[in-house]
Design a binder for this molecule. Structure first.
Ligand code: AOF
Ligand code: ZN
Length: 362
């Protein structure tokens, strides 16, 4: 196998356990023996084996002299499991190809150093951008202590979420709802406002797809008998909420509404990724409820601009993924959007375009 082909397979293995490893990262490993046999592994749920050990166990004696491709630096610490770097050395791995260093302070560089000291030929950086995108929630958590914040929004073509009488079910169709449940299953916490709990009485559990239920967080007071219970009630500043969730090991926090909460997270520049589900429906007037409550950008120069990182059809609806280009203009500098000759926003540094990613990686 060549390095690119093998690392793309390791990334796909990691994607297959997304949502099952938190607070640990989802990692993939491919091992090729000297006689060309291939063995694979992906991180098991917390307390279980790391990706490298799963692949080493599958390889057995065939690991002697073999090459291993791993999406994240093998660990060097004794946590719930023993150090993967040592397991690779003892198994006789001759060459290790690693996409990214692990920023976790118990590892950061020590796994690589240990492999090199033992004479393993280590190369770094293969498919690093794709892994950086894949592990963005983990990397943000380990470098800032805060979870990756995903804001989910569902609206009509004219950006409205409910009729003037408050009725809103259902604007988008079943395929979009199932997709949203998959996003829930990949999230460790869901945040909603108490207003949404009073209005919709959501349970915020994962249905329609297999997956764990996230920690449910209500901003404000939970009314008695609400289906969302048991849930955490939070009163305070949003940055403090994120710090608190980070301390609980939440890698990804999904903000699900309503308009007041969406506006507060957005204007504070706290959203890392936006998912819009858009239905081909038009409320057709300005008294339907908007996606964001609160003050809008007061002049066009202050309008928030993002980069579209993905568009997909879900039944009759669209899912549009958007990443910030710069911090929110409310809290940071006003973003400068460069345009190409076609009038499209020019590619911003650090923005990943899904068409550039290997197949199967979102
Ligand atoms: C790897 N391969 O597949 C994963 C790694 O609590 P533990 O013992 O499971 O250790 C968790 C830490 O190990 C986690 O914070 C991260 O640094 C690393 N995760 N390392 O070599 C893997 N999931
Ligand atoms: Zn490990």
């Amino acid at each position: 196998m060549n390095d690119t082909e093998a690392m793309v397979q390791a990334i796909e293995l990691a994607a297959s356990v997304r949502g099952a490893t938190s607070p640990n990262p989802w990692v993939g490993c491919v091992i090729e023996s000297t006689d060309g046999r291939v063995f694979t592994g992906a991180t098991e749920p917390p307390g279980g084996r790391h990706a490298e050990v799963v692949a080493l166990d599958a390889a057995g004696d065939a690991a002697r002299g073999a090459t291993a491709w791993v999406t994240l630096e093998p660990c060097a610490h004794i946590g719930r499991t023993g150090p993967c770097a040592d397991a690779m050395i003892h198994a006789g791995i001759a060459r290790a190809v690693i996409a990214l260093a692990d920023p976790d302070e118990r590892v950061s560089g020590q796994g690589i150093a240990r492999l090199r000291d033992a004479g393993v030929d280590v190369s770094m950086g293969e498919q690093a951008d794709a892994v950086r995108t894949q592990l963005a929630p983990y990397l943000k958590h380990r470098t800032t202590g805060r979870p990756w914040v995903v804001l989910k929004l569902g609206a009509s073509l004219d950006g409205r979420t409910a009729a003037p009488d408050g009725t809103s079910q259902w604007i988008t169709g079943g395929a979009a709802r199932a997709d949203a449940h998959m996003v829930r299953a990949e999230s460790d916490a869901i945040v909603v406002g108490a207003g949404t709990v009073r209005a919709d009485d959501p349970s915020l559990t994962v249905r329609h797809v297999e997956g764990r239920d996230p920690l449910r967080v209500v901003l404000g007071t939970i009314p008695p008998g609400a289906k969302v219970a048991p849930a955490v009630e939070f009163r305070g500043e949003l940055p403090d909420l994120l710090d608190d969730l980070g301390r609980r090991g939440v890698l990804q926090c999904l903000v699900e509404g309503g308009a007041t909460v969406a506006g507060a997270f957005h204007r504070a520049g706290l959203v890392d990724h936006y998912i819009f589900y858009v239905a081909p429906a038009i409320f057709g007037g300005d008294d339907a409820r908007p996606l964001f409550a609160g003050p809008a950008a007061s002049t066009i120069a202050d309008v928030w601009r993002g980069a579209i990182t993905g568009v997909s059809h879900l039944g009759g609806d669209l899912r549009i993924d958007v990443s910030p280009i710069t911090p929110s203009p409310i809290t940071g500098p006003v973003p400068v959007v460069r345009l190409t000759d076609e009038g499209e926003p020019a590619e911003a540094p650090g923005i990943d375009h899904p068409q550039d990613r290997p197949e199967g990686i979102r």
